[in-house]
Design a binder for this molecule. Structure first.
Ligand SMILES: [Zn+2]
Length: 265
């Protein structure tokens, strides 16, 4: 499921492939992907324009085509972008295809069909309406601590709550907690100032490093949880078998030995 590092990678990919080229055609192949717009409106608003710049907030990618025409892309569970020449075959699960004047296309590919595309006139208004928290990479330590201090619950659920902090999902929450040796079900109020500072640093470190690795697990350090995550996986730190548990409705992977569950004093 694309999280902040994946979406940032899509943003950079779109920036180097698809900006400043005349949009000749917009081909919507599956209508489920459109939210609050139609294939007709999408084509009408975009044809003849160019994607000028992009902006990311959490797991949303926004692409500006005019002062008040923004395309919003959300990648759901399996969404991705593919840029290719007209005469090459489109990806198998192409849902929307943007054709440019330079004989290239950008495909929004989405096998599981949880992706979303919509049109906006104002990005900030959208963020407000959705009540999304600040982007995880925009936070400074003070703000991060303030947000976490105000809420109760499992630390992992709080990290994944898009209304508190936008961008972190199941995979990277686990990775951040593995790095800080905190059990995912730990009640947030049991973490002291020092632990919260560590959590903040780990959040930045993991997200930045994952972006540098283009969110590709094969490029990530073997000392991370991600390459080992899943059934039969072993902790890269101590070699013990990784465990899983449901936390906040999602499957958390962790090492029960390295990530102790803090108890109240
Ligand atoms: Zn371990």
């Amino acid at each position: 499921m694309p999280e902040l590092p994946d979406v940032e990678t899509f943003k950079r990919y779109l920036n180097v492939t698809s900006l400043h080229q005349r949009i000749e055609d917009v081909d919507v192949r599956k209508a489920y992907v459109l939210k609050d717009t139609s294939a007709r409106e999408l084509a009408r608003k975009l044809k003849g324009r160019r994607f000028e710049l992009s902006r990311r907030h959490g797991k949303h990618l926004f692409v500006r085509a005019d002062d008040d025409v923004w395309l919003r892309l959300h990648f759901g569970m399996t969404g991705s972008l593919q840029y290719f020449k007209n005469d090459e075959q489109a990806p198998r699960h192409t849902r929307v295809l943007f054709a440019f004047a330079n004989n290239h296309c950008l495909a929004f590919d989405d096998q599981r069909q949880f992706g979303q595309i919509s049109l906006l006139t104002d990005v900030d208004e959208f963020l407000k309406k959705r009540a999304l928290g600040p982007d995880a990479l925009d936070l400074d330590l003070g703000k991060f601590r303030k947000i976490l201090a105000k809420h109760r619950g499992a630390v992992k659920s709080i990290l994944m709550n898009q209304r508190l902090i936008a961008g972190i999902g199941n995979i990277y929450a686990d990775e951040i907690l593995f790095r800080t040796r905190v059990h995912p079900a730990t009640e947030i109020s049991l973490l002291d100032g020092k632990a919260l500072t560590k959590l903040f640093r780990a959040t930045h470190y993991i997200l930045q490093k994952a972006i540098a690795a283009k969110a590709d697990v094969n490029r990530m350090p073997k000392s991370w949880l991600l390459p080992h995550r899943g059934k039969g996986g072993k902790c890269p730190r101590c070699g013990r078998k990784l465990r899983s548990a449901k936390v906040g409705g999602r499957t958390a992977w962790f090492c029960a030995h390295c990530q102790s569950r803090r108890q109240s004093r």
